[in-house]
Design a binder for this molecule. Structure first.
Ligand SMILES: C[S@@+](CC[C@H](N)C(=O)[O-])C[C@H]1O[C@@H](n2cnc3c(N)ncnc32)[C@H](O)[C@@H]1O
Length: 275
């Protein structure tokens, strides 16, 4: 059974903020999904908001329930886990989530469509995908075993049953491939080969991108018959980086810190990228 929808006034406030970010109203199909999936059900009691000075401030539901609910329906990302002092999981900023769904064309595409989400975390984005495409169409992969459990529990409590996998998103999930859409919610600096291999021909890959030359964009690529993918970058998408296994062999004892410099007039936003 599905959980009751998001509190109407809160959902409306969030939709207005997202519309402001997008520069146009949220398309009806996506607005309906956002009203249907109550974001607060996916958040833990303790969440951290950016304090505007590069740090974070805690908001604890048991101490400040009204402020906590307000944060749940404000267009900000909310950190849900720190590891060794660094944020390692979050509920993504709703306008970023919605913009990615728009880029993926989910406001217009007919169902069914099979999609794999990389980075389950709270499960909120996976729930939106279920609301749009149906539970059967959705697979979601989370690196962190504890988070995968929490994400799956949140999804079930809200009434959604996608396939939740505890694993390394870089390897994809061949059992349910090929996918029409791979949608990552962590950033990468290269396309893992499994992603192109597990995308149906003509399928799409959307992922935040963060590399030495291109900070925080969203790559939107379509797979081609030869197994490669081609697409372009869209601006803005500050997502956490992909977690990787720690190296088991020690690195070099003396690091080579020499650098090489070059300049280009090429804009990463305007140029097509062949990957
Ligand atoms: C920004 S959060 C995802 C937000 C989430 N989709 C939501 O709706 O709340 C990024 C998540 O990606 C996960 N992650 C990072 N690297 C990963 C990997 N290699 N494989 C699978 N999940 C990974 C992190 O553990 C973290 O929970």
């Amino acid at each position: 059974m599905r959980a009751p929808a998001a509190p109407a006034a809160h959902a409306q406030q969030l939709l207005a903020q997202i519309g402001q970010f997008l520069g146009h109203p949220v398309p009806p199909v996506l607005a309906q999904a956002l009203r249907t999936v109550p974001r607060h059900l996916f958040l833990p009691d303790r969440i951290w908001r950016g304090d505007g000075q590069g740090g974070y401030e805690l908001c604890d539901r048991t101490v400040e329930p009204d402020r906590w609910l307000e944060a749940a329906y404000t267009d900000v990302s909310l950190v849900t886990q720190f590891t060794e002092g660094l944020p390692t999981s979050s509920a993504s900023m709703p306008s970023m989530v919605l913009r990615t769904l728009l880029l993926a064309g989910l406001h217009t595409l007919p169902s069914p469509l099979s999609v794999v989400e990389m980075g389950t975390a709270t499960g909120f984005n996976a729930a939106l995908l279920c609301a749009l495409l149906g539970d059967q169409a959705v697979t979601t992969i989370e690196w962190d075993a504890a988070l995968a459990k929490v994400g799956e529990r949140n999804l079930h409590m809200a009434g959604y049953t996608p396939t939740v996998v505890r694993g390394d998103g870089a390897a994809g999930w061949p059992d349910r491939a090929p996918y029409d859409l791979i949608l990552s919610t962590f950033s990468v600096d290269h396309l893992p080969p499994a992603w192109t291999a597990q995308t149906a021909q003509g399928g799409r890959i959307l992922t935040p991108w963060n590399s030495a030359w291109c900070c925080y964009g969203t790559l939107e690529a379509t797979t081609r018959p030869d197994g490669s993918a081609q697409g372009r970058f869209h601006p803005f998408a500050a997502y956490m980086p992909m977690r990787r296994p720690r190296p088991t062999t020690p690195g070099p004892t003396t690091a080579d810190h020499s650098t090489q410099h070059a300049t280009t007039k090429l804009s990463p936003w305007a140029s097509p990228a062949a990957i």
